[in-house]
Write a protein that binds this ligand. Structure first.
Ligand SMILES: Cc1ncc(COP(=O)(O)O)c(C=O)c1O
Length: 460
């Protein structure tokens, strides 16, 4: 294995060392990649070193530069070196994080790292935690615990009796909720039609007055989905006020904090998440702002009983050992040991390093807004409170989309387009530990050049 592992490590090192020279967008189309990876099903095996060399050569042109400091498309993080290395080790160990019996080390790493994240995010003592694939999995798990709990309070055991004939559950969420909430409701048999959609304000925050009005006099099972970090604007719902409205009627409050909950890790930004600690369940990602490798999300719950009842399984052959069993808190059975990479990321950064990472990204977002907003014919559409910036060019949909297209083709940086309240916008997300002020300046210059080439500047 010497040659194989050495080749892999050497290649990974070379990949990381040349990140700053790479074009950020993929350099090959999907069809080209299928061609280079494809061919008939191999009849016979091949030597390992040749296999990995072939894979690298075929896949490299199709890689997206989310490991660079100039990838601003979607809320992706890069991956901290310590967490990448820990993830390699996890793969080399090939541990099944199902239970304490299948891997005491993986179970212990999840317990310790999960506790550290709960503390960083300012969550209450004693919350249960599950490591899942991402915020989608965390939303689904958190809402499954919610469903379990609110129905149990109405005298119904949904784990045993299912939803047929169950007391109806009211589910309320803002108009700007993340789409994964809807998928979670579909998966949980609650359906999207059952969702009462409440108005959001101009930054995408669920309006507390609307929730208060909707919940007035409510009785019976109620679940409210709040959001910390709107995927377009970065805005955080007024969770403290939402928590007041929920506690008045005994509603379950779930916070989708895929990235915005990380503001709580920074003393300077923590005020944005005021009241989040009062929720009943929380979803977040580690592969976004903590910058660990894909995939890794976490779900937390204030009610371990409901969380465990919704998720845990038992069978005679599944012997238990003392300690927290990871699979009691997630919908999967056999699982990758995600706790090691999270442990390494937090160990490498420390509390102060996580705060600095979050603050640095938000500072870069403000710099983007300043540099771009100062240019003629360029408008910043959102209040830049976190790491998200929405930019519009020439106050025109087609011009804005053309600028996005040109920036993507240029390759200096990568970002995407969106629609915000009916108007096309460029969407910039700063989530990488690698992004420097020089990256932001270089990228802003490339964006303004693309804007000029699209005729935006000419309109001033
Ligand atoms: C607010 C919010 N919720 C949920 C998700 C889904 O996260 P994941 O893709 O990690 O499952 C995202 C992704 O961007 C998000 O921003």
């Amino acid at each position: 294995m010497d040659d194989l592992f050495r080749l892999t490590a050497d290649y990974a090192l070379q990949f990381h060392e040349t990140l700053s020279d790479r074009l950020v967008g993929a350099q090959a189309s999907f069809e080209e990649l299928v061609d280079s990876l494809g061919g008939p099903l191999p009849e016979d095996g091949r030597e390992d070193v040749a296999v990995v060399s072939e894979l690298i050569a075929a896949a490299e042109p199709g890689l997206v530069g989310s490991q660079t400091g100039r990838y601003f498309g979607f809320v992706f993080g890069s991956a901290l070196p310590a967490s990448v290395a820990a993830d390699w080790v996890a793969t080399a160990w090939d541990q099944n994080a199902f239970s304490v019996v299948t891997s005491p080390a993986a179970a212990a790493a999840e317990q310790v790292a999960g506790g550290w994240i709960a503390e960083l995010l300012g969550l209450p003592d004693g919350v249960s935690v599950g490591f899942v694939t991402g915020a989608q999995g965390a939303n689904t798990t958190g809402l499954a615990a919610a469903r379990q709990h609110v129905l149990a309070r109405a005298g119904w055991d949904v784990s045993r009796d299912g939803l047929q004939g169950a007391p109806p559950i009211r589910i309320l969420a803002g108009a700007e909720r993340h789409v994964t909430i809807d998928r979670s409701l579909r998966l949980l048999g609650l359906g999207t039609e059952s969702l009462e959609q409440l108005p959001a304000d101009d930054q995408g925050r669920l309006r507390a007055d609307a929730l208060r009005a909707a919940l007035e006099g409510a009785t019976g099972p109620v679940i409210v989905c709040a959001q910390a970090g709107n995927v377009n604007t970065g805005s955080v719902d007024p969770v403290g006020e939402l928590a007041d409205a929920c506690s008045a009627v005994g509603a379950w409050l779930h916070v989708d904090g895929a990235f915005g909950l990380w503001a709580a890790a920074s003393p300077r930004l923590r005020h944005l998440t005021e009241g989040c600690d009062r929720a009943d369940s929380w979803a977040t990602d580690a592969h976004k702002w903590l910058n660990v490798p894909y995939d890794c999300g976490l779900v937390f719950c204030r009610h371990p009983l409901a969380h465990g009842e919704a998720m845990a399984v038992a069978a005679s052959y599944l012997q238990r050992a003392d300690g927290r069993s990871p699979s009691d808190w997630v919908p999967e059975s056999s699982r990758r040991a995600r706790g090691f990479a999270v442990w390494a990321a937090v160990r490498a950064l420390g509390r102060s390093g996580v705060a600095a990472l979050v603050e640095r990204c938000c500072g870069h977002a403000r710099t983007f807004a300043e540099l771009l907003g100062a240019a003629p014919d360029v408008e910043i559409l959102n209040d830049v409170v976190l790491n998200q910036v929405l930019v519009r060019f020439g106050d025109d949909d087609e011009t804005t989309r053309e600028v996005v297209r040109r920036v993507q083709a240029d390759g200096t940086c990568w970002l995407g387009g969106t629609d915000w309240h009916g108007r096309a916008a460029m969407r910039i997300s700063v989530s990488s530990f690698r992004t420097t002020t020089a990256d932001v300046e270089r990228s802003a210059k490339a964006i303004l050049q693309a804007a000029a080439a699209s005729g935006a500047g000419a309109r001033a």
